[in-house]
Ligand binder design. Structure first.
Ligand code: HEC
Length: 105
């Protein structure tokens, strides 16, 4: 019995760790929802960031943060608070969300 528990725990541990990371990124990402929509699926004037390439999203955030994108209206503020690692995790979270279907934008 204890041996089985050990095996089960060994199988579950990496899964639990991955979910923890997701959950944290989801909490961070919720601060973007007011403008970019739930899980990044914007329905309105703001760019939709769900289902986009994680590297592209990350690069855009770094460009806002460093001021390379000078035309940003509000994103300088929203990108500046995060560390590099947090931005990567936020980008990965949005990339993993399904993009809105064509009829539902
Ligand atoms: C107050 C509204 C607001 C909030 C909150 C906000 N954004 Fe934005 N975001 C914008 C606007 C507006 C743009 C378009 C560029 C601009 O004018 O700044 C944009 C652009 C972007 C882009 C570039 C999209 C593209 O196609 O070039 C990314 C990526 C992005 N936001 C990610 C985020 C993330 C991640 C968060 C949360 C940490 C966030 N935004 C929070 C308003 C917001």
């Amino acid at each position: 019995m204890p041996a089985i528990c050990l095996v089960l725990f060994a199988l579950m541990a990496p899964t639990l760790a991955a979910e923890d990371i997701d959950r944290q990124a989801r909490v961070w990402a919720s601060s973007c929802a007011g403008c970019h929509g739930t899980d990044g699926r914007s329905q309105g004037a703001f760019p939709c960031i769900a289902g986009r390439d994680a590297d592209d999203l990350y690069r855009a955030m770094v460009e806002f943060k460093t001021g390379v994108r000078s035309y940003a209206s509000v994103m300088h503020q929203h990108a500046s608070a995060w560390t590099d690692d947090e931005l990567r995790r936020i980008a990965r979270f949005f990339a993993a969300q399904s993009a809105p279907s064509a009829g539902n934008r």
